[in-house]
Unconditional design. Structure first.
Length: 288
């Protein structure tokens, strides 16, 4: 069952003016409940514009967004609840931190939901645990933390609202490899533990390959393809032509194919690569 449905969605920046830019062009899509969706596409393809519509941050010019089958803009009074249900983490979210302590920053969303102090405390501690935030950090000023720690605090603030859909726009931008791995592992753990829906926008095909169940490929404001991850990487050659940086391991298998080796190229992770090589070896009688 789909938790979100995007129907005939179009959006143009500076509509009716010189230099108008069409960011979304008749997008149709259904996001299934409990799926970890990766969103990829070249710069300017419409990724960020699309996700800003999902929780009502941007209102459709044409088309509609449905949450559990209901148009989120049918009644303007419902938009506040939509934003609690579909939590959006912006790029560089640490710039939105403003409270005296980490605890208070994480508690800000639940307080706005009108929850009791006991429930707020429970949610803050739960979100902190998911994001690798220690008890000592909860009492600290968010401005005394490292960049990666601030990022985790900002994400925890959204998780504390317990959204059914967690949307993240380039949550690892500017982080080193270790910081990126920590953030994404924690997001994946949240997904597996809660069964919630996660939508991750990323420029890194490696990250998408390692974490997403399904992948949405955007191109020039349109949906190029939306399919299970392994199916997306069967189209690696076209993705590369679109300017998308496919995983290095995929490039290796495409090169093997170019060299005349009859091997599958829908490889996108190291474990899958090993499995593919062993399968090829068995098929070819143990050939080296």
């Amino acid at each position: 069952m789909s938790v979100l449905k995007i129907e005939n969605l179009s959006y143009t920046y500076n509509e009716g003016m010189p230099g108008a830019t069409k960011a979304l062009d008749n997008v149709n899509l259904e996001i299934e409940e409990g799926t970890f969706v990766g969103v990829i596409g070249h710069t300017g393809c419409g990724k960020s514009t699309l996700i800003s519509h999902l929780n009502g941050l941007t209102k459709p010019q044409q088309g509609a967004i449905y949450l559990d089958g209901k148009d989120i803009w049918k009644d303007y009074k419902d938009i506040r609840q939509v934003r609690f249900t579909v939590g959006l983490v912006f790029q560089y979210p640490e710039y939105q931190l403003f409270e005296e302590t980490v605890y208070k920053d994480i508690a800000f969303g639940p307080k706005n939901m009108g929850l009791k102090d006991e429930e707020i405390d429970k949610r803050v501690k739960m979100a902190a645990e998911f994001c690798g935030i220690t008890k000592e950090m909860l009492d600290a000023s968010p401005f005394d933390l490292s960049g990666g720690q601030k990022r985790r605090v900002a994400i925890a603030g959204i998780i504390a609202m317990q959204p059914r859909v967690l949307v993240l726009d380039e949550p690892c931008a500017g982080l080193d490899p270790e910081g990126r791995e920590q953030i994404l592992s924690q997001v994946k753990n949240y997904h597996l533990t809660t069964g919630g829906t996660v939508i991750l926008v990323s420029h890194s095909m490696e990250d998408i390959a390692n974490y997403a169940d399904k992948v949405l490929v955007m191109d020039s404001g349109k949906v190029y393809k939306y399919a299970p991850t392994e199916e997306i990487f069967q189209d690696a050659e076209n993705l590369s032509k679109m300017g998308l940086g496919i995983p290095d391991i995929t490039k290796v298998f495409l090169k093997l194919r170019e060299m005349g080796i009859d091997i599958n190229t829908d490889v996108y992770t190291i474990p899958y690569a090993i499995k593919t090589l062993l399968k090829y070896k068995d098929k070819n009688g143990g050939a080296k």
